[in-house]
Design a protein around this ligand. Structure first.
Ligand SMILES: Cc1cc2nc3c(=O)[nH]c(=O)nc-3n(C[C@H](O)[C@H](O)[C@H](O)COP(=O)(O)OP(=O)(O)OC[C@H]3O[C@@H](n4cnc5c(N)ncnc54)[C@H](O)[C@@H]3O)c2cc1C
Length: 683
């Protein structure tokens, strides 16, 4: 797959004067590109094909449902064992954490080594089968166990399975199978989403071994599954300030090692104090001069490994979100049937029914996307685009379902100890972990449009770049730089604008773009009369139940129209699009809603009547959401919103926002500033 646009995005950012972002995005793109090379996908991504063609066959769109039906039931051994523990009240400790008894029980079913090969003692299950376990655990009140196993097998052992050498796999994977928790440690006190900026580092010793330093703001933070005696893949720079980022696998000591304890190193593993994933291990880790054998270095870039593992992590998160929402729907409907509201049982009224439908629809959406992504990955299709919207849609639906459940269950949804109440923070967290939803949606837009941008728009961007060069060959000062060529630039900078137009006309790629517009425009006009035909006239919609056909057709048509929206947005914003996050995020949301509609219709086509009813309602709700988003059709309002956003942001940044300037901010937990008073990680 050609991902050269990643560097062209960085180039565009640099041309727009945003050098910091250009550097950061360029570094992250290189890691993503390396993952693409490793995966060696044989087909372009599904989302890109839905927009730019050729359209995927109906069978491909239903392949996720086939997988879901095939793996259904395979989860029983693990889930029944876990539910047995729950029924005996042995699953959680008195303070609400996962119990050792539960861990031992599911470890005996090889749950912690579910996707590890049989040769190393694992269950050799597929990721589809793992998704079935994840969904069923979360649906039955064992979401925290699902979180633990997902972390263990995606970003934890997933790194060893994909990148570990023979020694590392044979040494550590049998421990993983036994149930030794395995974590992945990238995030630091001082570094979050900008993964390439981590500060933890190793120093190479003369014998080839390493010493690890992760002190103060370089402490690893919020590391799920990190516990004394557990395993971890830890990401650290090779050499202080060195350019390369390594990954090291190690067994964490069984206890803290303080200064002066007879060792020449320090180690601490303390609870991170986070109020989500509260039933799980979640830690802050400190290392000083910590010894790492040479053979524990995994031969890969740490950020690349993270990106590789995140694709499965995002699918598992969606499976968990499906399970959590099924649990919410079960408990909320049970309540609504029994509880008398104004004028009869709550279930009889339209709004509670809508809320219940919303929750079920969210569950179906998350499940349909999770399995579609997993099957695409198994089929060697590039997962760019789909993996991101799967995660964003599943996390977003999870939060909406939580709100819907609260409106049905009323006060009892906040009852301490109820599984609905316990789910709240985790469902909220799903929007932030494994990539924050809005950031990954913007990444998705770049991924699915990169071929089009490289093929047709790069010339336009390079022309604008060329008129921002000073006579001495350097860059013009920021205030003189042109980001858009149009009427306004023609009035204020006529000479440079005319030069840009002239250079554009001389670019062969400009004429390729004109050809693309003519071809695609003609095709759309010619196919216009086909819209008069009913959906049943098309073989690709006849595979769907009649009630779902119009939704699938609508989604496909609108997805194809999005190629015009992207062109419109690109021509309007030009180089400024590197900064215009609001239109990019909105475009991403449109894609998310439409692909979700399509996935739901095809998934439910292989389900029973009740599932089809849920699918029809959810498809309608998604259609409503899609219609509420205006991008190209209301650029004036969009620009107004951007200007207002800029003004509010600037007043906040300058510290002159009267609504908050008399309110003192609270000190952060885990402050990262050099002389921060807060050194207590559990606060
Ligand atoms: C319970 C929990 C478990 C976790 N488990 C792990 C784990 O096992 N291993 C691990 O390594 N990490 C883990 N994390 C870390 C998690 O992945 C990070 O919280 C996440 O990467 C975000 O980092 P941050 O919170 O420091 O946010 P920051 O990096 O400080 O970002 C703050 C916000 O700014 C936004 N933002 C930043 N830059 C831009 C931009 N250019 N444009 C628009 N918005 C921007 C971000 O999207 C984010 O919403 C966990 C976190 C939690 C809370």
């Amino acid at each position: 797959m050609n991902r050269d646009q990643d560097s062209s995005t960085a180039r565009a950012l640099a041309a727009a004067g945003d050098l910091d972002s250009a550097r950061d995005v360029g570094a992250l793109d290189r890691a993503a590109k390396a993952v693409d090379r490793k995966l060696g996908a044989s087909r372009a991504g599904l989302v890109e094909r839905l927009i730019y063609g050729p359209p995927p066959a109906a069978a491909e769109l239903q392949s996720g449902a086939v997988m879901a039906n095939t793996v259904a039931g395979s989860e029983r051994a693990v889930v029944d064992a876990a539910l047995g523990c729950l029924a005996r009240s042995e699953a959680f400790t008195a303070d609400g954490r996962l119990s050792d008894a539960l861990r031992r029980t599911v470890a005996a079913e090889r749950a912690y080594g579910y996707t590890v090969t049989a040769e190393l003692g694992g269950a050799a299950a597929s990721y589809g089968e793992l998704a079935a376990v994840e969904e069923a655990l979360a649906a039955n009140g064992l979401g925290p166990l699902a979180v633990e196993i997902s972390g263990q097998l995606t970003i934890g052992a997933g790194s060893l399975l994909a990148y570990g050498d023979d020694y590392q796999q044979r040494t550590f994977l049998p421990l993983v199978v036994e149930g030794r928790p395995m974590a992945f440690g990238l995030t630091e006190v001082g570094v979050g989403v900008n993964a390439k900026k981590i500060q933890a580092y190793v120093e190479e010793q003369t014998d080839g071994s390493y010493r690890l330093f992760a002190e103060g703001a370089a402490n690893k933070l919020w590391i799920t599954n990190a516990v004394h005696g557990g395993l971890i893949g830890i990401v650290a720079r090779v050499g202080k300030d060195g350019p390369s980022i390594g990954l090291f696998v190690l067994e964490l000591p069984n206890a803290d090692v303080p200064t002066g304890a007879g060792q020449d190193y320090e180690f601490r593993c303390e609870p991170s104090g986070v109020a989500a994933f509260v039933a799980n291990f979640n830690s802050r880790l400190h290392f000083r001069n910590f010894p790492l054998p040479k053979r524990n270095r995994i031969p890969a870039d740490g950020v690349e490994v993270l990106f590789y593992c995140l694709r499965m992590g995002r699918c598992m998160l969606a499976a968990m979100a499906a399970g959590y929402q099924r649990m919410l729907a079960r408990d909320a409907s049970h309540y609504a049937i029994r509880r008398l509201g104004v004028g009869g049982p709550v279930i009889r009224h339209e709004l509670p029914r809508l809320n219940l439908g919303r929750i079920l629809g969210g569950a179906l959406q998350a499940r349909a996307l999770a399995y579609l992504s997993l099957q695409q990955d198994a089929d060697g299709v590039d997962l760019a685009g789909l993996r991101d919207l799967t995660k964003s849609a599943a996390a977003g639906a999870g939060v909406e379902s939580m709100l819907a459940a609260e409106h049905v269950l009323g006060g009892r949804s906040f009852h301490g100890g109820s599984r609905v109440n316990d789910a709240r923070v985790n469902l909220h967290l799903f929007g932030v972990v494994e990539g924050e939803d809005d950031l990954i949606l913007m990444g998705m837009v770049r991924d699915i449009t990169q071929r089009f941008v490289e093929g047709y728009l790069a010339a336009l961007l390079s022309v604008i770049q060329s008129v921002n060069v000073a006579p001495d060959g350097g860059k013009l000062p920021e205030q003189q730089r042109l980001l858009r060529i149009g009427l306004a630039s023609l009035l204020h900078h006529p000479r440079r604008s005319v030069t840009a137009f002239a250079r554009l006309l001389a670019q062969p790629k400009f004429w390729s773009l004109c050809g693309w517009v003519a071809r695609n425009g003609a095709r759309d006009v010619v196919s216009l009369p086909l819209r008069l035909l009913p959906s049943a006239a098309f073989a690709r919609y006849r595979v769907l139940p009649a009630a779902l056909r119009p939704y699938a057709r609508f989604a496909e048509r609108k997805l194809r129209m999005l190629r015009w929206s992207y062109l419109g947005v690109s021509l309007f914003f030009q180089l400024e699009l590197t900064r215009a996050q609001i239109p990019l995020q909105r475009f991403g949301k449109c894609v998310e809603h439409l692909v979700s509609m399509l996935a739901i219709c095809h998934h439910a086509a292989l389900g029973d009547q009740s599932m089809r009813e849920v699918a029809a309602l959810q498809a309608q709700l998604l259609k409503d959401k899609y219609r509420a988003i205006r991008i190209v059709s209301d650029l004036v309002a969009l620009q107004r919103t951007r200007r207002m956003t800029a003004a509010v942001g600037a007043s906040i940044e300058a510290g002159r926002c009267s609504l908050i300037d008399d309110v003192a901010p609270q000190a952060f937990g885990h402050d990262w500033e050099p002389n921060a008073a807060d050194r207590n990680p559990s606060r």
